[in-house]
Write a protein that binds this ligand. Structure first.
Ligand code: AP5
Length: 216
């Protein structure tokens, strides 16, 4: 199964993709994570992407589609994929069609997480992750069970993303409205879009996504 999770910054794409990866053995392909790894490693792609990401704008279509193609090749064709944060433009949507077709894969579902943008600023500015394993948390909605200790790996080191400040979040949302939301009609025309209330609790959103996937 190949699935796109679509929604604005903070909609819960990463949270739900990571869970689907854990629970269903699918692979989470997050272009945001791939780009952050490239920035951290100081690769040529990372050097190009760093300032663009810090400003909340979109990295070039060729770069992100290239990263997705490489990752799909590494995976082989037996593992289902969750596309998290990709595609984000019409050009990326067309590139994804080509990448999947070349590899004999089909796109089975697009799940749009429906959210109230005003609430997302709060979600994003409260987000932090384990510096060791990347597990995601939130200052109010998802704290580690034991204060200051990662539930998953036991690390006591946490970090916050440099683009998780209010000004950059507003730019990221404007980019979503202008460039990403307009690709939904492409998938609506194929009858593969399901809409899930992303404002419910993390557990309720998970249950709604599972219901969509089990109906398939
Ligand atoms: P990316 O890393 O993709 O960031 P994003 O789309 O802005 O999405 P986020 O990771 O902020 O949000 P999310 O929906 O994953 O929410 P999360 O689950 O973490 O992209 C970053 C940058 O990279 C872009 O700005 C761009 O520059 C570049 N880039 C990436 N992909 C690109 C592409 N394809 N093309 C061009 N450029 C690209 O949840 C957020 C918080 O809320 C967490 O703390 C979580 O615990 C909490 N939470 C989640 N769900 C709920 C819930 N239901 N209730 C309460 N809290 C919740």
């Amino acid at each position: 199964m190949n699935l796109i999770l679509l929604g604005p910054p903070g909609a819960g794409k990463g949270t739900q993709s990571a869970r689907l990866e854990r629970e269903r053995g699918m692979a989470q392909l997050s272009t945001g994570d791939m780009l952050r790894a490239a920035v951290k490693a100081g690769t040529p792609i990372g050097l190009k992407a760093k300032a663009v990401m810090a400003a909340g704008e979109l990295v070039s279509d060729d770069i992100v589609s290239g990263l997705i193609g490489e990752r799909l090749d590494e995976l082989g064709n037996d593992t289902g994929v969750i596309f998290d944060g990709y595609p984000r433009t019409e050009a990326q949507a067309h590139a994804l069609d080509g990448l999947l077709k070349e590899r004999g894969r089909t796109l089975d579902h697009v799940i749009e997480l429906m959210v109230d943008e005003d609430a997302l600023v709060d979600r994003i500015t409260g987000r932090f992750t384990c510096a060791n394993c990347g597990a995601g948390y939130h200052d109010r909605y998802k704290l580690p069970a034991k204060e200051g200790v990662c539930d998953v790996c036991g690390s006591t080191e946490f970090k916050r993303r440099p683009d998780d400040n209010e000004e950059t979040v507003r730019t990221r949302m404007a980019e979503y409205r202008a460039k990403t939301a307009p690709i939904l009609p492409l998938y609506d025309a194929r009858g593969i879009v399901s809409r899930v209330d992303g404002m419910a609790s993390i557990e309720s959103v998970a249950a709604a996504i599972d219901a969509v996937l089990s109906d398939a």
